[in-house]
Design a protein around this ligand. Structure first.
Ligand code: FNR
Length: 369
């Protein structure tokens, strides 16, 4: 259907031209490292590599999925290939945007295809949870999931959970009944890892426990504090009602730092900490709290639309060097050691987590069990 294709293009335009970020922080300003005056390591020996789903990566940063299938001067293809070249160069994973357009219009497959420029990249396909709902006509199953992954030679599939965005747009897919059961059935048959990802409203521990129980392989918490999809829909709204709704829910959700803590506390799943990650200190905090990657979307869009691979790499290298410096200053030689350094939580994040989890225990023993 033409609509999905046009919609994705509008989204990119709004993301580039407007402020679509949450008006609230992602919570990492409430998480603090304790400076270590005697690190007892050399900064040069800090190793940032991480393992994830059986693969080793040089840096703990994930390029979050954004696009594919859009019309307009092969824009989506250019964005994906630019991001892929950067991911290939740095040996970090990346996702593509929703492949719904590709399922509808198979001829758009090339806009998701990056293997020609990124033969080794760990690539994650992307479909939306509502398409798997019980009440969705022509609901997706294992055939569509296989098509998404295999057409672009991806290594895993992300299923995005985006009830917030769908609920504040007039044409939104607000059927979510039976999604968990469909995903359980899919997981039982599907030969590739499945990552459940939010898109800016965060994953709670209750949801994480359910996802873990059906065998989902990893969670991208996609928390509040970065790109707001309700914000994007505010600019797309056609009338007063729509604008009001989107504005009201602009800052709805679970902050990224809080979501990471909840999911790490309640499950053993690998975590990608996405949502407003804009500097390496916050990223190091996410890793220290138990995430395997910090995920980034919006900041990479601007250089990517220009085809500026060096621009993408430059931003990522800045994050990498900031993470490395933070690790040096807490005396962590690698990410595993980073998960054991002391952390202090204050403010809103602390208040929330004290209601939800045994925070003192989490701060002592956070890490994958
Ligand atoms: C996205 N995101 C997204 N997620 C998804 O699962 N499927 C998609 O198609 C898209 N499309 C998309 C387009 C654009 C332009 C942006 C900026 C983002 C969501 C993305 O993966 C991520 O979860 C959020 O954007 C939060 O990260 P940032 O932007 O705060 O770093």
């Amino acid at each position: 259907e033409e609509l999905t294709v046009i919609r994705k293009f509008e989204h990119i335009e709004h993301c580039l031209k407007r402020n679509v970020q949450a008006h609230v922080s992602n919570g990492f300003e409430d998480v603090h490292f304790v400076h270590m005056s005697l690190p007892e390591i050399d900064k040069d020996e800090v190793d940032l590599s991480v393992e994830f789903l059986g693969r080793k990566f040089d840096y703990p940063i994930f390029i979050a999925g954004m696009t594919g299938g859009t019309r307009g001067s092969q824009l989506a293809g250019k964005i994906n290939k630019t991001l892929a070249k950067a991911a290939q160069e740095l040996n970090i994973p990346m996702g593509v945007g929703s492949q719904r357009a590709m399922i509808r219009k198979p001829e758009t497959w090339e806009s998701y295809y990056v293997r020609d420029v990124a033969p080794d990249v760990f690539l994650v396909g992307n479909l939306g949870a509502p398409q798997f709902a019980e009440t969705m006509p022509d609901r997706y199953g294992v055939d569509e999931a296989l098509k998404a992954v295999e057409t672009i030679q991806a290594d895993a599939l992300a299923i995005h959970l985006n009830p917030l965005q769908e609920s504040v747009q007039p044409e939104g897919d607000t059927q979510y009944r039976g999604v968990l059961k469909s995903l359980a059935e899919l997981k039982a048959e599907f030969p590739y890892p499945i990552i459940a990802k939010e898109t800016g409203a965060g994953v709670s521990m209750e949801v994480a426990i359910r996802l873990e129980s059906i065998g989902i392989d990893a969670i991208d918490v996609g928390g509040l504090g970065g790109t707001s999809w309700s914000g994007v829909e505010y600019y797309r709204a056609k009338d007063e009602m729509g604008r009001n709704m989107a504005l009201r829910f602009w800052d709805w959700g679970i902050k990224t730092a809080i979501s990471v803590a909840e999911v790490r506390y309640a499950t053993e799943l690998p975590i990608i900490a996405t949502g407003g990650m804009r500097d390496g200190i916050a990223m190091a905090k996410a890793l220290a709290m138990g995430a395997t990657f910090a995920g980034v979307a919006l900041p990479l869009l601007r250089p990517a639309v220009k085809g500026d691979v060096d621009g993408v790499i430059k931003i990522l290298r800045r994050y990498i060097e900031e993470i490395r410096n933070a690790m040096f200053l807490v005396g962590a030689r690698n990410v595993e050691e980073l998960r054991k350094v002391p952390l202090v939580a204050t403010g809103f994040t602390r208040e929330w987590l004290e209601v939800r989890i045994d925070l003192a225990e989490f701060l002592r023993a956070r890490r994958r069990k």
